[in-house]
Design a protein around this ligand. Sequence first.
Ligand SMILES: O=c1[nH]c(=O)c2[nH]c(=O)[nH]c2[nH]1
Length: 301
Amino acid sequence: MAILLGPNQYGKAEVRVVAVDRRSSRHSLVDLNVSSSLRGDFTAAHTAGDNGHVLTTDTQKNTVFAFARQGVGSPEDFGLRLARHFAGSYDWITGARVAVESYGWERISVGGAEHDHSFRRAGSEVRTAVVTVDGDHAHVLAGLGDLVVLKTTGSEFRGFPRDRYTTLAETRDRILATAVTARWRYTATDVDFDATFARVRTALLETFAATHSLALQQSLYAMGEAVLEQNPCVAEIRMSMPNRHHFLQDLSAFGLDNAPDGSGPVVYHADDRPYGLIEGTVLRDDAAPADIAWQGTPGFC
Ligand SMILES: O=c1[nH]c(=O)c2[nH]c(=O)[nH]c2[nH]1
């Protein structure tokens, strides 16, 4: 029996970079969390402690900061530049993956005017990009996380089978709420990443809002379908959507009803756990699979 080194990769995780453009008095900033992973022949480092092939994780971190000084651009373009640099740096490095999280900042308004250099975090939403360079091939996944949405009506859930453990009442009118995590794969690398990101995000939001939902599963599919219909450069989209249940609160102990009849606000209990977890992929039937693009990145199912 022989013991072998199996698949391996290494890099610097979560390099936090803030780049401020101060070329005019109206500053702008990008706020990133960048993780790099290198693939290639690193056997000797593992089996003999020979670091001759190890482009250090400290160097990888420094490279991220140095590249930021040249301008960041979109997270996808920044990831592509870094991944191509790492994958091309030594012939024993055959591939690189660069994952970028981007946090949004909005200008603070002072007396109705946007301030030049004061910002507030734009909620918990995060934009993501994962770039994988493998030899001569490059793959780009874009995405977003924690896009929290809720509709107060226009959602039903009924027609499900009932067994001896089923207690859930059927409903024709419920709150539907979720936090969307989505990742989509581009068919090319020369995409206008910022414009496409904005279009995809809008399609997700508009379709969530406009779909009269019979199940969160139906909303998920409709959202993915809209993204693919409006964006020929997207091959597939993978989504994870927790069902953030809102249960009508029973107020009868206080002699109060809780009817949606306009006699007062309808009161719900926003339950944080357990939650339904609805996940799925929507894809083109002619999309060539690209397993390596998803390696190490949660695709949910
Ligand atoms: O949209 C829903 N999908 C389900 O699968 C499900 N299951 C459940 O209990 N409530 C819901 N709602």
